[in-house]
Write a protein that binds this ligand. Structure first.
Ligand code: SF4
Length: 340
């Protein structure tokens, strides 16, 4: 079987070229070709001799994901479905944001998800495994090739719980961050978790530079488990203790993501609990409306969103409330896996 070079870091590529008896600089040429230039075959490299290309073709390959479906929203958002074979599919979303220069790619880290957050379509799918680093990285390479544009931000908020696939997710994030590849600043790469405490502790211990977001969704310790199944395993008290450890040790802000669901987590008392929490943690809050009718719930109206936002004002922390793009192609938050 051929060795797939996509997903290897510089060190691994160096070991590979050494094993072929080639000089070290060949590894750097491969590294740039695969990640900076997005090459998917050795033929595309103009700096490799014909002889070396044949040698590489005999034992190695640069694998690419197979595009299955491509949907374009009227708001410019695009959703790509990739096939990994054996009836396994993942989705990635291209999100350009209006007049801003921001072009975000939302990527998946698992096929399906073992958690079943009550607002999320992915959580209803059968779990079919973790993605390898190359399958994570190639989502970005493929989306950029299809759109013909470079992204400015990457968010691990697609299918799956990134911290259940920690090693491959962190490896991919470093490939995006590397100065010779995408050269994306660590703050432009966001990893979002539903609250896997052991992985958060590891993230802190390793002093990982990437943006860190927690899918909070309910600040009440006796209620969060109703929409966040993971709360039964890692209860809110313990989770918030870990979050405070993060903000103090790394001296960085955390982003609390909050899916707004009418009649579930948008009432005055819940808002007051969230205000109290936000005052005690170095944080910002990202409000995301439930995007579609799901699980017997409905999306909030503009008026309900404004009311909830004003209830949170006393927290004195930055509150973001971006419009949810890609609703018509089921590309918005929580909708991946719904038919577009
Ligand atoms: S929100 Fe994330 S962690 Fe929760 S079920 Fe969906 S994909 Fe899994």
């Amino acid at each position: 079987m051929k060795i797939n070079l996509k997903g290897m870091d510089q060190e691994e590529l160096r070991k590979f070229v050494e094993s072929l008896g080639e000089p070290k600089y060949r590894a750097d040429q491969l590294f740039l070709g695969i990640y900076r230039d997005g090459y998917s075959s050795f033929e595309e490299f103009s700096n490799l001799s014909g002889q070396l290309k044949s040698k590489l073709n005999e034992c190695a390959e640069i694998r690419s994901l197979k595009l299955n479906k491509h949907l374009v929203s009227k708001d410019g958002t695009q959703k790509m479905t990739f096939s990994l074979g054996e009836d396994r599919e993942i989705e990635s979303v291209w999100i350009p944001s209006g007049d801003e220069e921001r072009k975000t790619i939302c990527i998946s880290s698992q096929v399906g998800c073992t958690l079943s957050c009550a607002f999320c379509a992915t959580g209803t799918l059968e779990f079919k495994g973790n993605l390898k680093a190359w399958e994570i990285v190639d989502q970005v390479i493929s989306v950029e090739r299809i759109t013909g544009e470079k992204c400015t931000n990457i968010v691990f908020m697609g299918m799956g719980e990134p911290f259940h696939n920690y090693n491959q997710v962190i490896k991919a994030a470093h490939l995006f961050h590397h100065p010779s590849t995408w050269n994306l600043g660590a703050k432009r790469i966001t990893i979002s978790t539903s609250g896997v405490i052991p992985s958060i502790l590891r993230f802190i211990e390793e002093n990982q530079p990437f943006n860190f977001a927690l899918s909070l969704n309910d600040p009440r310790k006796d209620r969060r488990h109703e929409i966040m199944n993971i709360d039964k395993r890692f209860p809110l008290d313990e989770l918030l203790g870990t979050v405070r450890h993060f903000t103090k040790t790394l001296k960085r802000k955390i982003t609390f993501e909050y899916i707004m669901i009418p009649d579930v987590n948008m009432d005055k008392n819940t808002a007051a609990t969230l205000v109290k929490l936000a005052r005690s943690v170095n944080c910002k809050i990202n409000l995301i409306p439930l995007n579609t009718e799901f699980n017997g719930w409905r999306p909030p109206t503009e008026k309900e969103i404004d009311q909830f936002k004003s209830l949170l004002k006393p927290a004195g922390v930055p509150i973001m409330n971006r419009k949810s793009p890609g609703k018509d192609i089921s590309g918005a938050c929580g909708m991946l896996a719904l038919k577009g």
